[in-house]
Design a protein around this ligand. Structure first.
Ligand code: PMP
Length: 406
């Protein structure tokens, strides 16, 4: 059917902003996406009409708010095809979801000397929580190397398994290179070794359809703010068989069954992992963002964004002295590059003055930067509200910047 991009752009008020008197060209979507009016309104509406703590009151407003909150749990479960709503845990975002796993899965299933397999292209959020577990429990971290063109070295991956391997935790799509990892294959290999798999879906959930039962992943985590929803809300999907055995992450209200000083029992799933008042307004708006994505259609979004990515990859290569970092065959939505010997920060600053929002630096992936021997990159990342015309403008601006810094 195809997307009506102008109509979509009109849904996002911030896209009409000007920066230094120039129209904003926002190409920092891998860092965070903008929000359509319907999502902004959904969150504001909670505060306007039925703000009330969830699961706690018998009163009318609390019931309405609880119902709206729990409806989103159903919506998320259906969006990723989870087997049940009990497998959907609301968190602050990807980072908290992985910290929950390292703390709780780590506490329950890891002993000294056990191993977790990560990759060289992980975001710091999928490295540091495991390093904290390493300090606490004396586990060891095995790392899958990345090839020059930005793919995982699958031969080495297979060789990293040992009887001590307890978990594989891996990103679905690299936030720096745009590489789409072969997660089906990775999950199958890990399961052949009886090892569960965590997928960091922060860069994937809004770009392509995710079916957790078909993937057969054990955990899948993502953030609301990268999928057109508010900040401060995210999801941890986990197979019930693991979640049931895992110890609670944080203690507090809602996660308990009965509290006494002689011993406390815990609530059932998913509440066992949702201590304290959740970001219910954010969760309710996340539900609206899912509606928005479904209205537009993830497969049309994928087609459009992929076409945009291919157009951008070709056009951007016309800029003299521009080097794209990461050339995996399966890639999308992100292009990282360097311009001659210019520092990414200088390129980003000049682009900013011309109205372009791009990210520069190590993108919270320092081990990957080390692997390429570079301090950072400039990163253009696309959403379905971006256009070919914006890419043409970027290429023109890059030609100017190259001439200035060259
Ligand atoms: N993993 C990946 C692949 C990411 O791109 C990001 C965000 N840049 C994160 C994890 C962390 O997400 P958040 O900051 O929303 O918790």
């Amino acid at each position: 059917m195809g997307l009506n991009i102008q109509e979509i752009r009109n849904d996002f008020p911030v896209l009409a902003e000007e920066i230094y008197g120039k129209p904003l060209v926002y190409l920092d979507n891998a860092a965070t996406t903008h929000k359509p009016v319907s999502v902004i309104e959904a969150e504001a509406n909670v505060y306007r009409r039925f703000n009330s703590n969830v699961h706690r009151g018998v009163h009318h407003l609390s019931n309405i708010c609880t119902q709206a909150f729990e409806e989103v749990r159903k919506k998320v479960a259906s969006f990723i095809n989870a087997a049940s709503t009990e497998e959907i845990i609301f968190t602050k975002g990807t980072t908290e979801s992985i910290n929950l796993l390292s703390a709780s899965f780590g506490e329950t299933f890891f002993s000294e000397g056990d191993e977790v397999i990560l990759t060289q292209m992980e975001h710091h959020s999928n490295i540091v929580p495991w390093q904290l577990l390493q300090k606490r429990k004396g586990i060891s971290i095995q790392v899958v190397p990345v090839t020059d063109n930005g793919e995982l070295d699958m031969d080495t991956f297979e060789k990293l398994f040992s009887p001590k391997t307890k978990l594989v935790s891996i990103t679905h799509i690299s936030n720096v290179l745009g590489t789409i990892n072969p997660i089906e294959k990775i999950i199958a290999i890990a399961h052949a070794h009886d090892v569960p798999v965590v997928i960091d879906g922060a860069q994937a959930i809004h770009h392509l359809p995710v079916n957790v039962q078909q993937l057969d992943c054990d955990f899948y985590v993502f953030s609301g703010h990268k999928m057109y929803a508010p900040t401060g809300v995210g999801v941890l999907y986990g197979k019930r068989k693991w979640l049931e055995k895992m110890v609670p992450y944080q203690g507090g209200g809602e996660m308990i069954d009965k509290v006494s000083f002689s011993g406390t029992t815990f609530n059932e799933l998913p509440y066992k992992f949702e201590a304290g008042t959740p970001n219910f307004a954010g969760v309710i708006a996340l539900g609206r963002a899912i509606d928005y994505l479904k209205e537009k259609g993830l497969s049309d979004i994928w087609d459009y964004e992929h076409a945009l990515f291919e157009y951008a990859s070709e056009k951007i290569s016309e800029v003299p002295n521009l080097r794209i970092i990461g050339k995996a065959t399966g890639r999308t939505s992100v292009i990282s590059f360097l311009l001659g010997s210019s520092h990414p920060f200088d390129v980003g600053t000049l682009l900013d003055k011309l109205g372009f929002a791009l990210r520069t630096g190590h993108h919270c992936a320092q081990p990957l930067m080390d692997c390429y021997g570079i301090p950072g990159t400039v990163r253009a990342s696309f959403a379905f509200y971006n256009t070919k015309s914006e890419i043409d403008q970027l290429v023109e601006a890059l030609m100017r910047v190259e001439a200035m810094l060259g």
